[in-house]
Design a binder for this molecule. Structure first.
Ligand code: SAM
Length: 435
């Protein structure tokens, strides 16, 4: 569960029903003496989702009986992860964030939650199912969000990112998102129901179009990867949720075979249900590991994780050390431009020193310093960089006092992972030599 998700503990259903009387008739006594609801009952689930959306987000939702009922904690997890991604991506000039929700469903739950949490977010939400499309339109209108959420009826044969393929548009989307149909066939659905693989809070209330797609979710998301390669810079972060580990493996394989190294994986856990989300970008902005990598992964997931963008180096010193040592070391790096990092309003870290360092290449390693002596070598290196179009790499370094002192290096922008790694070990070694 995301650390900002308020649903780590189940709600008090009796209190919730006071805010949403439609829930009252589904209340039942639980084993532990607390009131609960019957999670196997579709109507009760719908009433629960409507109640949570109303009480906790002031969102008025009506869910049609014949369509999927989205569990709020799980859907909120995905939105919170996107919020992290957006906060760590460059802001647009006017601060507007543009999201594209592929397969928004009857609820339009993702755009509604996104717009309630963030006043600058806007969405285009697509669906191929007329019933879901019409219901999504109503839900958006009910909450007076038509200006910020545009619902579009799409075509099953059209590209998933048809909108991004519009050639003369210069709009860059901040993210795409999707909770794709999960299964490949109707037999797979009934097998899964028979084997009772579904936990009670995921009881199947969906229509075929919501749950089944040719090739299952893995093919659906691989199509997205394929389409994203056609217009890589029309969106900063392409993302999708995945319900099966095997699908995650397929998609990561696909990204790697297309040389996409800037990707992120997260895990959404609710009770016994595990879901994953994957994101990939063709921009040079790098996400911190706490967003892009799952902490404490099992060995299978470990092998899927992207390379590290965050390096944490504990400093060995028995006495108090002055963070200004770091400033001194960084200032001595040739051709590096250094600024104090501005703290965003949502950032509550209390690091005593935060720096942003921009470099155009390695000027610190022994090899670089030797090469620097020869002006021809230096000229060649500059030419090579220029030809490759490699611009500035941006790193942040924070000095933290968390038990002992730590240096936290963050790769913020760039293409050269080795440069980031070399920079962090050089700075650590130098600081360590001084303290
Ligand atoms: C699993 S449901 C997700 C609904 C909603 N986003 C949620 O999370 O509760 C998948 C949705 O994708 C829609 N869908 C299936 N194929 C699609 C396509 N090619 N383009 C857009 N939407 C599609 C389905 O109609 C369905 O509403």
């Amino acid at each position: 569960m995301h650390f900002r998700n308020p649903y780590k503990e189940p709600p008090d259903f009796a209190i919730l029903a006071e805010c949403y009387p439609k829930l009252r008739k589904y209340l039942i006594p639980g084993h532990d003496g607390h009131t609960t609801i019957n999670f196997w009952n579709n109507d009760a689930q719908r009433a629960l989702t409507e109640a949570l959306m109303l009480r906790d987000f002031s969102i008025r939702l009506t869910l049609p009986a014949e369509r999927l009922c989205p569990p709020v904690p799980n859907r909120l997890n995905y939105i919170l992860w996107l919020q992290d991604i957006v906060r760590h991506s460059p802001a647009t000039l006017d601060g507007t964030v543009r999201g594209l929700d592929v397969g928004t469903g009857a609820s339009a739950i993702y755009p509604l939650l996104g717009c309630k949490l963030e006043s600058k977010w806007t969405f285009i939400a697509t669906d191929i199912d007329k019933t879901s499309y019409e219901s999504a339109l109503l839900n958006v209108a009910r909450n007076d969000l038509q200006e910020r959420i545009k619902v579009q009826l799409s075509d099953a044969d059209a590209p998933l990112f048809k909108l991004l393929a519009v050639e003369d548009s210069s709009t860059v989307f901040s993210f795409t998102m999707c909770n794709p149909p999960f299964y490949a066939t109707a037999e797979e659905v009934s097998r899964s129901t028979e084997m009772k693989h579904l936990p009670p809070n995921a009881v199947c209330t969906g229509a075929d179009v919501e749950m089944i797609t040719d090739g299952g979710e893995a093919r659906f998301v691989r199509l997205m990867v394929e389409e994203s390669l056609q217009h890589p810079l029309r969106c900063r972060w392409y993302t999708s949720m995945l319900g099966k580990l095997s699908s995650l493996m397929e998609v990561v394989d696909d990204l790697k075979s297309n040389d996409v190294d800037n990707y992120a994986i997260t895990e959404f856990t609710q009770g016994q249900t595990r879901r994953w989300a994957v994101g990939w970008s063709f921009y040079r902005d790098r996400l911190p590991d706490w967003i892009a990598r799952i902490g404490n992964p099992n060995p299978t997931i470990q092998g899927l994780l992207p390379g590290r963008n965050t390096v944490i180096q504990p400093l060995k010193s028995k006495t108090y050390c002055d963070p200004r040592v770091l400033m001194g070391v960084i200032n001595e790096i040739k051709d590096a431009s250094v600024q104090q990092k501005q703290t965003a309003e949502w950032d509550d870290s209390d690091a005593p020193l935060k720096l942003i360092v921009e470099v155009t290449g390695d000027t610190w390693s022994r090899k670089a310093r030797r090469a620097n002596k020869s002006s021809q070598t230096k000229f060649n290196a500059e030419m090579e960089k220029w030809e490759k179009g490699i611009a500035v790499s941006v790193f942040s370094v924070e000095w933290k006092n968390d038990g002992g002192s730590l240096l936290v290096f963050q790769w913020i922008r760039g293409e050269d992972r080795a440069l980031f790694m070399s920079f962090s070990s050089y700075v650590t070694r130098k600081v360590q030599d001084i303290i």
